[in-house]
Structure formats: C-alpha cells, structure tokens
Design a protein around this ligand. Sequence first.
Ligand code: ZN
Length: 116
Amino acid sequence: MKTNMCRYCYKEIRDRDDLVTASNWFRIRPYHYRCFEKMEQDTKTIAGTWTPINGRVGLITVLLMAVLSGLMLLTDLLGGIGDLLGVLALYPILLRVLSYFVFEMPLPKLADDKRK
Ligand SMILES: [Zn+2]
C-alpha cells in the first residue's frame, strides 16, 4: 500500500497542502484534508477519534509535550511519576516525527499545477 494514498477515498494525496495525518493509538493514517473532515463526521461514534497530528494543532501539542517531557525527565519534579509522565509525553512527539518522515517528506509542498 502506498503511503500517499488517502485511507478514506483511496486516491492519491498529491501534496502536503491536502495531507492530514491522523493518529489513533499507535496507528497513523494519511487523509485528504476534505476526506478527514468527512470522516470525522461519519465515524465519530463508531471508530473513535482520529486526532490530526500535522498542521498547527499538532505543532502546538508537540511543543507543549516537548516542554512537559523535558521538565519531567530533566528535573526531579514529581519523582518517579514525573519520569513516567515525561516518557508518556514523548509519545505524541514520536508520532509527529514518524508522520513527518513517512507521509510528509515524500510529498511536494504543493502539486506542480497549483504553483503560480
Ligand atoms: Zn481522500
């Protein structure tokens, strides 16, 4: 299965402008921006929530988690529980990095015919 294929409409995702990568536990899936919106409405009750991990919301999450994780792992705040929280906070960061290398990097920022 190609990594740049939308898991909703099974068509190719041509550039990062269209791409939404979403995570649900340990799975990451690529979708078209529009397909993701449709899917969210369709499956909210059935499939649980897929959280988009690219774009602005994802970036803010990653920044917050990086700060939290650093704080917990590098200081003695909350002791052992703090370390655990620090490790857990690394998880969304890992997902984001994975999503970047697997799905975003192979795609052009904009498809050729969208350039001015
Ligand atoms: Zn699609």
